[in-house]
Design a protein around this ligand. Structure first.
Ligand SMILES: [Zn+2]
Ligand SMILES: [Zn+2]
Length: 280
């Protein structure tokens, strides 16, 4: 099978290392294809996306690398674009015009109705708790339901190929402190969301970033990957690397989980086409 990863963050956004360090790491680890997916700028100040002022530099540098290394490795230029309802999203004409090789659609933030700021659902416990308390009366359930409703809205609007870390809202939910993934309402949200993705032509990302030394904490959870298989949703494997030495983090463990869910193939963007590739 081809060795690929399309989800990476350099020092252009919240990762460490230069884009070229990622290319060198990918070559040394035997990658066939490697994709850049810096966080696209958001319409408010934050410390984790690239500011709008450097987007062009990012595009120039990724183009330079793609051309410089074209005989050694197939490099792909992408962005991870947030869906922020009624403000921005992967379907914006602006991104269409960039003619990127691929786009990852993700949700990282929800609005706090008291302060008006956007807070991370997958960033820190304190931001998650501020959101739960300010906007959802201390109850995580409506927050989680809102998160999945927005994922469905993003999926319906389209404009991207890869749906990023579907259940990242569980990131700070260690030991089920905010909600219980085994409850019926949560499973219903997942089913509804996967039904929606199955009707699109989007690829569900299996993401090994942020697993905190526990591969069963991949995104989405193994039981969700099994339901995705039932819906015949195509999947791909990404590391969401924020360091050049982590571009294939937990890939072997993740492949076992994906095979165990009943999948035998992963989606791969090779040259200019998406193809399915046997897992081995
Ligand atoms: Zn992300
Ligand atoms: Zn990412």
């Amino acid at each position: 099978m081809f060795k690929t990863n399309y989800h990476s963050h350099s020092e252009f956004c919240d990762g460490t290392g230069k884009l070229e360090d990622y290319v060198k790491s990918a070559i040394s680890r035997g990658f066939d294809v490697f994709g850049f997916s810096g966080h696209a700028p958001l319409p408010f100040e934050n410390d984790w996306t690239m500011p709008k002022s450097v987007l062009q530099d990012y595009l120039n540098e990724t183009k330079r690398l793609k051309s410089a290394y074209k005989n050694i490795i197939d490099l792909k230029i992408g962005l991870e674009i947030d869906f922020v309802e009624s403000k921005m999203g992967p379907s914006d004409q602006f991104y269409k015009e960039l003619q990127l090789d691929f786009i990852i659609g993700s949700i990282h933030v929800l609005p706090d109705i008291i302060t008006g700021e956007y807070l991370g659902v997958e960033y820190t416990k304190s931001e998650m708790e501020q959101l739960i308390n300010d906007t959802y009366n201390g109850d995580a359930k409506p927050l989680v339901k809102e998160y999945y409703k927005l994922i469905r809205n993003m999926s319906k609007k389209g404009g991207f190929e890869i749906l990023g870390h579907l259940d990242v809202v569980k990131k700070t939910n260690i030991n089920s402190i905010y909600f219980d993934e085994t409850e019926k309402w949560y499973k219903d949200e997942i089913e509804l969301t996967l039904e929606c993705i199955a009707e699109s032509d989007q690829i569900l990302e299996i993401n090994t970033g942020k697993v905190l030394n526990d591969p069963t904490r991949i995104y989405p959870s193994p039981w969700i990957i099994k339901i995705a298989r039932k819906y015949n949703i195509p999947v791909m494997l990404n590391s969401d690397a924020h360091r050049p030495d982590r571009i294939d983090n937990y890939f072997d463990e993740a492949k076992k989980i994906i095979l165990n869910a009943g999948y035998t193939e992963l989606m791969v963007l090779k040259e200019d086409r998406w193809i399915s590739d046997c897992i081995d």
